[in-house]
Design a protein around this ligand. Structure first.
Ligand SMILES: CC1(C)O[C@H]2[C@@H](O1)[C@@]1(COC(C)(C)O1)O[C@@H]2CNc1nc2cc3nc(N)[nH]c(=O)c3cc2[nH]1
Length: 372
């Protein structure tokens, strides 16, 4: 069996090249984790997600506990078997999704009670139940149960929220079932306050966990405040363990956060935007609904080798979108995931060669290139 461990292979400024070894395989970092909320990366076969270069997917405790149920997935062999993905899976712990999706939520020291946004059934989620669900799913990386502090928050609100999350982190660790090659990550909170981020990091350090995430960001604060917070909060987490920035983000967020020491990312943007006709390319973003594409025989992105870019034209993609054809959403999702993986691969190579600054400059020049 493989023990869970992080290898730091190279650094370029604060940017890190690394490798995470897990029971379900290796993850080259910096890495982007496609979101597979309901046990599927929407519109994609898992083998095609793997073909884009993805080495790990994100799943959600909240969605899977509501439907089809964690015990059912366990009876059917676990989430990897259920969705036919044999590489690592990281599952979020549910607190964030309860606050952003569920109805009639009630938070107490014990946990959260809420009504399903699907059928109104009542549920109870505690650190202990979240750990049990993620164990039943067979998650490679389990996230501690926390409260994502809303933005904006006063320092007092952020302190109270963070301190409850740190008590819940201890309960998560006590309930987590240790398995070789599997890991529990702690989640740093504290909003935008340096002293609270430090207090959170010190509390997490006492638990000696194999990895950590920066929580409480990508909650509407905007890129500059996110970067300003990362400038001080990432270094508070142990350098010999992975650092995961939850819910981020658009391509320029990824470049800026890698340069501030982040190793793992997840975001709905590439898949959700793909279903909404938006394509990320090396020369900026395109909306394929726009009529200017109707006669354009060029590939979507001439630097991409995904099926959408090598087998079809912008005109065809525009036609599929206008006609509401499923293939339009599939091809744009496929392309966006391939673009995100190309971006991460490009950054890994740049860090290995000590040219991350130049990579970032070229990235921004390409995005502002215009006339795409
Ligand atoms: C509500 C929904 C679907 O989740 C996405 C997406 O909208 C949207 C809306 O704007 C973008 C940025 C594009 O992403 O924000 C969400 C992504 N930001 C984010 N995800 C998080 C998940 C988290 N999980 C835990 N356990 N704890 C956290 O502190 C936490 C913080 C997070 N911040």
């Amino acid at each position: 069996m493989t023990e869970f461990r992080y290898e730091l292979l190279a650094q370029d400024g604060k940017a890190r090249l690394g490798r995470i070894h897990t029971a379900h395989g290796v993850i080259d970092t910096p890495t982007f984790m496609p979101v597979g909320t309901a046990a599927t990366v929407k519109g994609m076969l898992p083998e095609n997600v793997a073909d884009t270069g993805a080495q790990i997917l994100l799943g959600n405790t909240y969605h899977l506990m509501l439907r089809p149920g964690a015990e059912r997935i366990a009876r059917l062999g676990g989430l990897h078997k259920f969705m036919n993905w044999d590489k690592p899976i990281l599952t979020d712990s549910g607190g964030y999704q309860v606050m952003s999706l569920a109805k009639l939520r009630k938070i107490t020291e014990e946990g959260v009670t809420f009504k399903s946004h699907i059928d109104g059934r009542k549920f109870n989620l505690t650190p202990e139940r979240s750990m049990e669900i993620q164990h039943l799913l067979g998650s490679t990386i389990t996230m501690a149960f926390d409260e994502c502090t809303p933005f904006p928050a006063t320092e007092k609100q952020a302190a109270e929220s963070m301190r409850m999350s740190m008590r819940w982190a201890k309960r998560s660790k006590d309930a987590f079932v240790e398995r070789e090659g599997y890991a529990l990550y702690g989640i740093q909170q504290g909003s935008v306050f340096e002293n609270l981020r430090r207090e959170s990091s010190e509390k997490l350090a006492e638990l000696d966990l194999p990895g950590h995430s920066v929580g409480g960001l990508a909650v509407g604060e905007g890129q500059q405040i996110m970067f300003d917070t990362l400038d001080f909060c990432v270094d508070m987490l142990p350098a010999n363990k992975p650092r995961y920035l939850m819910g981020v983000g658009k391509p320029s967020d990824l470049v800026g956060a890698v340069m501030r020491g982040i190793d793992q990312f997840d975001c709905v943007l590439p898949t959700r935007s793909g279903r909404n006709a938006q394509a990320f390319t090396h020369r900026g973003t395109l909306n394929l609904k726009n009529g200017r594409h109707r006669d354009d025989d060029r590939p979507l992105d001439d630097q991409c080798n995904c099926p959408a870019c090598t087998k079809y034209s912008r005109a065809y993609l525009h036609h599929l979108i206008k006609a509401g054809e499923i293939l339009g959403a599939v091809l744009l999702t496929w392309h966006n995931l391939a673009y995100y993986q190309d971006l991460m691969r490009g950054m890994r190579e740049a860090i290995a060669e000590g040219r991350m600054e130049a990579f970032a400059r070229d990235f921004h020049a390409g995005q502002e290139g215009g006339d795409i």
